[in-house]
Design a protein around this ligand. Structure first.
Ligand code: FAD
Length: 416
């Protein structure tokens, strides 16, 4: 179903009775060239680029629930490419550029809104660290501006600039960063992949990975065995569980991250802003709710809900930044599972089992990576070589000591 002003008018005049489903509800076939496990943003984007860019047509995406029912549909939707390390910047910038053309490419309104991402700094040392990051970004052709206090005040006059403990000194701004509508990204990729012949198989849980003579030959599912020459895992918070089905133990821990949405208010925050003296980030949705979050809960869990101490901590961060939000009521909050890697960076690589490929370790930054992850995972699946922007995301980097530790926290997944 293509969308245009003409199709909208035509369907409006005929009582909206002729819209067709945006994608088929496919039944599993016996054999595919590539099966992607996980119908989130990454899995669907991978299937789309496999078909469109690499011409692989016998592709299936297997999803245990409905597509977008995982963390693609539960995140705070921030997109950005403001990274420091050379292993990360080109990849996230590729993703940013794909976001910029995504709606035209998919003919789908993903509500990509480049409203800017502003990271505040509160000390001289933090300013120097941000200046360094901004310079690294600019050396890679990524936009970055270091703002002083007066410039931030002009942009966001309602922040608490003179907070006694954490006065705001300035910020690092990436104007091309912003937000995108998470569900629409999933639906847009699903529709485009389906049009290229990709089978999207929902309500089909993978329960095992079958190998013969050391090579993966397919997956066991609740809807029977599905044969595949190659199997790609893109299951986010469930990466360790799925990898264990192939006998692998990944350098990943599963942690809970919470997100919060306030009641709707009139337009207030026209950018994404992060507090530099704690972990708190906030933006405003088009419906008016303030969407915010903070640190992960800090213990290993597969429970999709968080705990009160973190709620308190996040709200304290928000109050330190903009005390007025204390007057708002919280509308809803929820938790999701993050596949936190040991260095805070992802893995896009062949697994040490033939025919199995990994897309994992996205920590709590995987949404912004969706288009770049899809393209580079498709490249790996199609060519067996890493995409040029993802060469650092190797699984063996933990053994070689070639970690990509953006935060400089060491091997502590809960701190990345
Ligand atoms: C509260 C919260 C806030 C976040 N905020 C941001 C943010 O602002 N910016 C950002 O960049 N990132 C953010 N993230 C991270 C981001 O959501 C994830 O990194 C990203 O969504 C993961 O990729 P995905 O979309 O493919 O995952 P998912 O949507 O989780 O897709 C994986 C799919 O695999 C399926 N699956 C699992 N096991 C099986 C199985 N056995 N068989 C079949 N299917 C299976 C799941 O049902 C799921 O649909 C946030 C995450 C959370 C939870």
């Amino acid at each position: 179903m293509g969308y245009s002003a003409f199709s909208l008018l035509k369907n409006a005049l005929t009582g909206h009775r002729h819209w067709r489903p945006a994608w088929r509800d496919a039944a599993p076939q016996a054999q595919y060239d590539v099966v992607i496990v996980g119908g989130g943003g990454h899995g669907l984007a991978t299937a789309y680029y496999l078909a469109r860019v690499y011409g692989v047509r016998r592709v299936a995406v297997v999803e245990k629930g409905w597509i977008g029912s995982g963390y693609a549909g539960r995140n705070t939707t921030i997109i950005r490419s403001n990274y420091l390390l050379p292993g990360n910047i080109p990849f996230y910038e590729l993703s940013m550029q794909l976001w910029e053309g995504l709606e035209q490419e998919l003919n789908y309104n993903a509500m990509v809104s480049q409203r800017g991402v502003l990271n505040l700094y509160h000390s001289d040392a933090q300013r120097d660290a941000y200046a360094r990051r901004g310079n690294a970004m600019r050396l890679h052709g990524v936009d970055a501006e270091l703002l002083d206090r007066a410039a931030v005040k002009r942009m966001l006059p309602y922040l608490d600039f003179d907070n006694a403990r954490f006065p705001i000194q300035g910020g690092l701004l990436q104007r091309r960063g912003g937000t995108a509508r998470h569900d629409a990204v999933v639906w847009g990729y699903a529709r485009a992949a389906d049009r290229l012949g990709v089978d999207i198989i929902q309500n089909c849980e993978v329960t095992g990975i079958r190998s013969e003579q050391g090579r993966v030959v397919g997956i066991e599912t609740t809807r029977g065995f599905i044969g595949a020459a190659k199997v790609g895992l893109a299951v986010a918070g469930n990466s360790s569980r799925l990898a264990a089905m192939a006998g692998l133990r990944l350098p990943i821990e599963s942690h809970v991250l919470q997100a919060f949405v306030s009641e709707g208010v009139k337009p207030l925050i026209d950018t994404v802003v992060t507090f530099g003296a704690g972990h708190f980030y906030i933006s405003q949705s088009d419906k008016g709710g303030l969407v915010f979050g903070g640190d992960i809960d800090g213990y290993n869990s597969y429970a999709q809900r968080g705990n009160l101490p973190v709620i308190e901590d996040v709200c304290e961060g928000g109050m330190a930044l903009m005390p007025m939000i204390g007057r708002l009521r919280l509308l809803r909050h929820w938790g999701g599972i993050m596949d936190m890697s040991m260095d805070g960076s992802p893995i896009i690589d062949r697994a040490p089992v033939d025919g199995l490929y990994l897309n994992a370790g996205w920590c709590y930054g995987g949404f912004k990576a969706t288009p770049g992850s899809g393209l580079s995972f498709a490249h790996l699946l199609a060519t067996d070589t890493p995409h040029e922007t993802a060469t650092a995301f190797r699984l063996d980097r933990f053994g070689r000591g070639a970690v990509i530790d953006e935060k400089g926290q060491g091997a502590h997944p809960n701190l990345h």
